[in-house]
Design a protein around this ligand. Structure first.
Ligand SMILES: *Cc1c(COP(=O)(O)O)cnc(C)c1O
Length: 437
């Protein structure tokens, strides 16, 4: 159990709010964010990603958890925002986020999405490929402001992580390999034919849930070396480098992430060092944390329903499942589980925690240890704040649960649970005659 949690009368409290209160006031399943913990993590990034010689920007990768309230918090901290779709951009707009601080990513932005970004005055577009650059140049005839452009490159660093969430191998669908300088030059030449666009530099993102600081150091060194060779060859000036996100977090005791303060300091000092060593004209560096901002502050609360014993398993059935957190099924992701209403007992029970979806693979944990439990107890899953709600689905027409912030005993609703009506809202009943045989 996390040390930010407290136990009183056998029951877990998140920021002074008891799980029973949360369940009775908000019902389960429920997504919960510990607001003080979240703010503390954001403050660590703000305080430590700083440099005396370079401008620094923390860009929150909103795909990890995108909603109006989260964007407001990001804005409050003075961070920028990374969006990867028209939907995330629209969410930024509706949260009154300063769109000049938005970075628009993605490997296949549609014409509509590019035009929307241009019309709304998005600050920076991170171009993925030559075809996109050509479309951008065509569409960008009369923008509100000059649009900054970064080009996503792939430095070919292999981060040690699950292969499905590794993005920077040489055949990645993302960006252009740094070995392919001709194509990189062609993209920048294309961008520079339009005076409404300003090429600023390069972006890379080497993977996710990365624990080795050496991977980021290698990335920085490789990119700086590439930029030097590229500048010498082409005389193109590079003022911005964006090193992406991917900083590891603690899901279970097996994960031993480096403290965020140290991650930030290491990236800054390595960038300062390499930018000086390669004599680059870079003035500004960025990072794009998603998971490492939001994951550990998040929890999911379920009510335990029926129990079942099979020859080899003790099943606990919960009132949600892969629809509200697909990560265990998608990546075999592990979490820490607590019987939140019997939390001070030792974990002596080996269980299989199953969701309610019609899919045998719908397990939150195949084999995990929890405290003794009975039906109607509450089950708390820790570190679920990233890629849980944002990957939720309506499979089996389950409603997506609500999301709340808790702050020293106060419950702040930020997303309402879907209703049954929401589930059919966009569906049409059609003329029965169309089916006549
Ligand atoms: C997903 C992503 C991030 C954030 O990754 P995390 O592992 O959540 O920190 C940052 N930048 C880009 C381009 C991404 O695709």
């Amino acid at each position: 159990m996390k040390d930010t949690l407290k136990i009183q009368n056998h029951e877990i409290y998140i920021s002074d709010t008891s799980v029973r209160t949360l369940a009775s006031e908000c019902s389960t399943p429920l997504y919960i964010y510990d607001l003080p913990a979240l703010k503390q993590r954001m403050a660590e990034f703000k305080d430590h990603f700083v440099s005396n010689t370079l401008k620094t920007h923390v860009i929150y990768a909103s795909k990890a958890f995108s909603c109006l309230a989260m964007n407001q918090l990001v804005s409050q901290f003075g961070f920028s925002l990374d969006v990867v779709s028209g939907g995330e951009l629209y969410t930024a707009l509706q949260s009154n986020f300063d769109l000049s601080r938005v970075y628009f990513h993605g490997n296949n932005k549609s014409d509509d999405e590019l035009n929307m970004a241009i019309e709304l005055g998005v600050g920076t577009i991170v171009v993925d490929n030559l075809m996109e650059a050509k479309r951008l140049v065509r569409f960008c005839e009369n923008p509100k402001h000059k649009i900054h452009v970064l080009l996503r490159v792939n430095p070919g660093i292999e981060a040690h992580t699950h292969k499905y969430i590794q993005t920077a191998f040489i055949d990645s669908k993302f960006g252009i390999s740094t070995l392919n300088t001709d194509e990189i030059k062609a993209v920048i030449d294309t961008i520079q034919t339009n005076s409404n666009l300003q090429f600023d530099g390069f972006h890379a993102h080497i993977g996710s849930q990365i624990f080795e600081l050496d991977a980021f150091k290698a990335e920085i060194e490789k990119i700086c070396q590439f930029v030097q060779e590229f500048q010498n060859q082409t005389q193109i000036q590079v003022r911005t480098l964006d090193f992406g996100g991917g900083f590891g977090v603690r899901y279970t005791d097996e994960d031993q992430p480096v403290e965020i303060a140290l991650v930030c300091k290491t990236i800054v000092s390595e960038a300062e060092k390499q930018i000086a060593a390669y004599e680059l004209s870079v003035e500004e560096i960025c990072i794009e944390p998603g998971r490492s901002i939001i994951a550990e502050a998040g929890y999911q609360l379920y009510t335990i329903g029926d129990l079942k014993q099979t020859p080899n398993r003790n099943y606990i059935f919960v009132d949600g499942g892969m629809t509200d957190n697909i990560r265990p099924v998608l990546y075999q992701a592990d979490y820490d589980f607590d019987i939140a209403t019997n939390a001070d007992a030792p974990k002596t029970k080996t269980v299989c925690i199953a969701g309610k979806c019609c899919e045998s693979g719908d397990l939150l944990a195949e084999n995990t240890l929890v405290q003794p439990y009975q039906t109607n107890d509450l089950l708390l899953v820790s570190s679920t704040g990233a890629y849980g709600y944002s990957m939720a689905s309506n499979y089996n027409k389950l409603a997506i649960p609500s999301v709340v912030f808790v702050d020293h005993g106060k419950i702040i609703p930020i997303i309402k649970r879907q209703t049954y009506q929401d589930l059919i809202q966009r569906e049409n009943l059609i003329d029965q005659d169309l089916f006549s045989l």
